[in-house]
Design a protein around this ligand. Structure first.
Ligand code: PLP
Length: 429
């Protein structure tokens, strides 16, 4: 399978090159050259297939013959080593829980898939890749865990000092082996800027730097799996399905739309956002006005210029009218989010963390227009990951899951840096 750069359709690379490069040399995002719908019989019998079998069918055309079937099946099995329950919250409203993986963040799936693809490509070679990633909290832990012990890959994670929670910091700093955490004296944007500068630095070319956020196709594409799992769980009700994704960089929802292109019968998508409302404003007035990000309680979605939105526009050939038929976007304040968390909890007993609650709000708004549909919102993190918000808002004490308990007692090991030069020196030595 070939991928083209969204900055220039004549720039084409293989799956392997796209994974290793992350971003195209012209700074464009890669996009698959062909999207072939899956067969009707696949959808007719999906409830008889395991998650692994579904995922293999979904991903295989995007990898092509670059990873042999038997190895790709192994990668998929290792990626999906946990459950994706679709939990009934209230009548016709379901939560698809994506947080049962090793770091309790939905980004575990993409990180595990990407790391194993890189490991396959490096097998038997002297090649070494360095994965460089800036995190505001959740991504770093999933990448650290997903890449732990993967041969031929060094992982360097930059995080802003004092700006991530204690649990998140421990998930980044306690693993050792091929994972190094750099504590940056600054905010998330400073970490991000340093990472971008490193990618452009010709002195570092020999380090084979790559990114592990959703611009990388190997992190983005496997997120399609969730939408197939939701369909498998709810198909029996024989009603049209609406999915609401709490959205930041729009990687997840973009994967959902790609799943629809493969024939998955989802009726409508909602991109639910916090105060970072660039896309909902665009749908209102047709003007895409990227803004600096605003800090909110659903901080993994504090993105003012969502990088994957351009991929969504590509799938609709930039036709806003066609796009609006399948897609809505709504923005919610922190106050609305907190009161949704309280309402869900007092009405149903379900504990939603702030990102899931934003997804819920978007779903409820859209369901008003489609009363005959079933709605699904994605719950993208375990409440414990955002306990600083969940506990005071719901006035409860959360139990600590075993995945989290295992990092709490470990010693944090990190290197402090405060300039790009220090990052560069670190990478070179
Ligand atoms: C990353 C993240 C999101 C946003 O996902 P995108 O694919 O960037 O839109 C939502 N919730 C949580 C908890 C996240 O970590």
């Amino acid at each position: 399978m070939n991928y083209y750069s969204l900055n220039n359709k004549n720039t084409k690379v293989s799956f392997q090159e796209a994974v290793i490069q992350g971003l195209a040399p012209d700074r464009g995002l890669y996009f698959p050259e062909k999207i072939a719908p899956l067969s009707q019989s696949f959808f007719d019998t999906i409830e008889n297939l395991s998650n692994e079998e579904i995922a293999f069918e979904v991903i295989k055309q995007f990898v092509g013959n670059e990873i042999p079937e038997i190895e790709l099946k192994q990668i998929v099995a290792e990626t999906l080593c946990f459950d994706f329950p679709c939990v009934s919250v209230e009548e016709n409203v379901y939560s698809l829980e994506l947080y049962h993986g090793p770091t309790m963040a939905f980004k575990d799936v993409g990180a595990r898939f990407m790391s194993r693809c890189l490991a396959y490509f490096n097998k038997g070679k002297d090649l070494k890749n360095t994965v460089l990633v800036a995190t505001s909290g959740d991504t770093g832990g999933a990448v650290a865990s997903g890449f732990l012990g993967v041969k031929g890959v060094e992982v360097v994670i930059l995080y802003p000092s004092g700006k991530v929670s204690d649990i998140q910091e421990r998930q980044l700093t306690t693993l050792g082996q091929n994972i190094t955490a750099l504590e940056v004296d600054g905010v998330f944007d400073d970490c991000q800027d340093m990472v971008k500068q490193a990618f452009l630095d010709s002195d570092l070319k020999y380090k084979n730097l790559t990114s592990a956020n959703s611009i990388n196709i190997a992190r983005w594409l496997p997120q399609m799996f969730y939408f197939f799992f939701a369909y498998k769980a709810l198909k029996k009700y024989n009603k049209p399905l609406i999915v609401s994704c709490p959205s930041g960089n729009f990687g997840n929802i973009c994967a959902g739309i790609l799943a629809k292109k493969l024939g998955l019968p989802l009726t409508h998508f909602v991109a639910a956002t916090n105060a970072n409302d660039t896309v909902s404003k665009f749908l209102e007035n047709g003007i895409y006005d990227a803004k600096p990000s605003v800090a909110t309680i659903s901080n993994a979605m504090d993105v003012g210029n969502p990088s994957n939105f351009i991929r969504i526009q590509e799938m609709y050939s930039n036709d806003l009218k066609e796009f609006s038929k399948d897609f809505s976007s709504y923005s919610f304040t922190d106050e609305e989010t907190k009161s949704a968390m309280k309402d869900i909890f007092s009405n149903t007993g379900y504990i939603a963390e702030p990102h899931g609650a934003v997804g819920y709000l978007g779903l409820k708004k859209e369901l008003k227009k489609h009363p005959n549909c079933i709605g699904i919102f994605l719950e993208t993190a375990h409440p414990i990951k955002f306990l600083d918000v969940v506990e005071p808002v719901l006035n409860i004490t959360l139990e600590i899951p075993k995945q989290i308990e295992s990092v709490l007692g470990k010693e944090k090991i990190r290197v402090k840096i405060n300039s790009y030069n220090e990052l560069k020196q670190f990478l070179i030595q």
